[in-house]
Design a protein around this ligand. Sequence first.
Ligand code: GUN
Length: 282
Amino acid sequence: MSAVRMDGKALSAKVRGSILAETEELKKQGVTPGLAVIIVGNDPASEIYVRNKERACEQCGFYSEKYALPEETTQEELLGLIAQLNESPAISGILCQMPVPKHISEQAVIDAIDPKKDVDAFHPVNVGKIMVGNFDFVPCTPAGVMELLDEYKIDPKGKECVVVGRSNIVGKPMSMLLLHRHGTVTICHSRTQDLAEVCRRADILVVAVGKAGFITPDMVKEGAVVIDVGINRNAEGKVCGDVAPEVMEKASYMTPVPGGAGPMTITMLMKNTLKAAKLQNG
Ligand code: GUN
């Protein structure tokens, strides 16, 4: 059996269409969602992500501002810009593309963004809200995974959910979202003993480790739902996920890379920006 491919590109287009429709309604009331994207330095991957975010803003009818700052920007200068954007009525959401250069503290940047404009949901206030289950913004990658599960009518309730990776951006919030939906959640990481054995328990396996082909068919239960959050390049330079393609033959549903979880991430950023605009004007 070959798994059903969970089409993040198609779902993304559908969700962006409904965001655009809602934005047009909002504009009639004089409110335009606005996103400020800051990029410091010239990391090529970050430049691609930022370009995709700008394009998504256009597709959703948003106003956007891009700040491309040089590598040598000081932390003080960056925090000054964020303070200015926190006060700007045209800006509903602020995103500083990570990573930032080493002389700038990532946490200081996250802490400086007004939690009401924190469309990444990285600020400790928003992280805390996710923990207690009362949140406005959901971190984009885990939010996209949940939308994919919902679209394919996969309910985590009562299921064994295994999340591989414990990052603040993906693994930890992903686990909380699955827990809020009544999944039985296990978080695995680099020190987990017998990772394959734990993964084989999963009805829903979410993988976010950043290693090409890390999950092999022997680590997957027959009929499992496999969500691949990895974006890597293999030896030939081709974009690939954390899950080996042969897992397709064992899973019941699986996200392809590219075209699965990836496109959903930016769409969820748009959803958070729309929500921020509504909250600030509601
Ligand atoms: N760098 C990689 N992923 C992300 C993300 O989701 N948000 C931000 N701000 N930077 C990133």
